[in-house]
Unconditional design. Sequence first.
Length: 260
Amino acid sequence: MVKFRGCCVKEDEVVLNFIICDDEKEFRKLVTDEIDKFMMSYDIEYKKYTFETYDERFEALARKDLGFKVYFLDIKTKDGSGLDATRFIREELEDWNSIIVIVTSFSEYRYEALTNRLYLLDFISKYDNCKTKIKETLKIIYKQYNSKEKCLNYEYNYTLYKIELKSIIFIEKEQDSKRCIIQTDYGTFKASYTLNAISKELDKRFLKVHKSLILNTDKISTYNIRENEVLFINGMSTNLISRSGKKELIKYVTSNSKTN
């Protein structure tokens, strides 16, 4: 049996979020219309949020854990700066994953926007083929969204869970139950699925070493063949390894120099 150290539960919404801040109502509508047209081709849940300025409501939404965020930010509104808002997102919130696009009527701000080391996806001028540029940018955004780290998505107790495969350490069948326990880098989760059902959603980095245990080979620190014990990189360990699982483990760890 695997030795546990504790647990926590984290909820994450599986949705693509577009956040538009611009003090021109017509431009906000233009962006949201282009988003709707583009997203009609994809079976993906998405939401749109619009703001006239960078006020407390904008900051509150930026702080909220919504999932994948895409910002279209006006570089200069009557009451705020898109670059200041970007610094707030990147530096204060430490959010380096969300996509940020700067839009403006002032092309002279382009150099300033793209040289601030704020990891902007693009700079769109409102007066230079704006619609075409938005469409092209949305294509890039979708590619980035679609190429995210593969996740294990499931529902448990009326809550949706989205767990990146790279963060999973192991998955173990719960004793005397049809549920599974998913141990990750940041906590422990439960899922009302069989181990075989979950295994179909995993990739080649995962190895079934026992009828009740699947482990992520990327998380193995060492494997003690004599004791038949795996030590994971977070300090946890397990000896729940069958004979066939041992053979597969030896084959893996020998090629990766992780044996004792």
